[in-house]
Design a protein around this ligand. Structure first.
Ligand code: MN
Length: 282
């Protein structure tokens, strides 16, 4: 049976010791195996407390982040590396083995131009240092392409496959996201098949960031692709039920969604479990 996960922002708008407990308890109640914890401010993250709360609730965790403005990797690679090393240390302290997300850019920082070769070389070099640092701590890295309105650096699965080639190391995977794919890819199945064994993680999110199955994502094409590559990674619900300034800055979510967190989790996971069964995902 596939591993099911959910992003903490299904239940909360930002992560601190109190809201973190809410997210962990809610995820356990929703019946997922895995909680994705946002490390937007890794220096303030209480890893030992969170680790204990996860154990108490029988959950595993992975971590994700986007770079802050002062650490936009193409322009400030040293700041980005410093920031990411703190994050890797926290992932290790948490006892997790995966750090993913937009590890190459700040969302919303635009140059007004396409990415230059120099910017891409800078990212490959900085990420090689991070993949090495993470590997020494037993942690695998994922890289998530996001749509053109959020970054100019890597928008498609193919872009990130090129970045992974440039990094030229094992222990680094594509982290796909159906919300971004719906904007940037010519098709779901072909993009998933292009990633093949390099696909390590996936965010399942509707075209409006709402409940999977209630929007315009071509779910059958997606699951046909996942079945074709024999995908064994986690299936992670990432939609949002709260508005907060960090999230709005990154995702441009301005309207309160018409569902509660628990409705989102229940209906979304029910739909995803049905599709995974239909396509016989293992
Ligand atoms: Mn995502």
């Amino acid at each position: 049976m596939p591993t099911y996960g959910a992003h903490a922002f299904v239940w909360i708008g930002d992560w601190n010791s109190e809201t973190g407990r809410t997210a962990i308890e809610s995820a356990a109640r929703a019946g997922v195996d895995l909680l994705e914890i946002p490390l937007l401010r890794p220096d303030r993250f209480d890893a030992p407390l969170t680790k204990q709360q996860l154990v108490d609730n029988g959950l595993r965790a992975v971590c994700s982040l986007v770079l802050p403005e002062h650490a936009h990797m193409p322009a400030r690679p040293q700041e980005a590396v410093d920031f990411l090393k703190i994050a890797v240390d926290k992932v290790a302290e948490l006892g997790s083995d995966f750090l993913s997300g937009v590890l190459f850019a700040n969302l919303g920082t635009m140059s007004g131009l396409p990415p230059t070769q120099q910017e891409r070389d800078t990212c490959a070099r900085a990420l090689r240092e991070i993949v090495t640092y993470a590997r020494e701590r037993g942690i695998t890295i994922g890289l998530e392409p996001v749509n053109r309105y959020e970054t100019y650096m890597y928008n498609t699965v193919k872009d990130v496959l090129g970045l992974i080639d440039a990094i030229d190391m094992d222990d680094v995977y594509v982290h796909a996201d159906t919300y971004h794919m719906n904007i940037e890819e010519a098709g779901f199945q072909q993009a998933i098949e292009a990633a093949g064994p390099r696909l390590g993680y996936i965010h399942l999110s509707e075209s409006d960031r709402g409940v999977p199955g209630q929007g315009n994502v071509h779910w059958d094409d997606l699951f046909a692709g996942l079945a074709a590559i024999n995908y064994r990674g986690p299936l992670v619900l990432e939609s949002f039920a709260a508005i907060n300034p960090d999230l709005a800055a990154a995702t441009r979510m301005w309207r309160m969604p018409p569902y509660t967190s628990d409705e989102l989790a229940r209906k979304g996971l029910e739909f995803l479990r049905g599709k995974a069964a239909q396509y016989d995902l293992q």
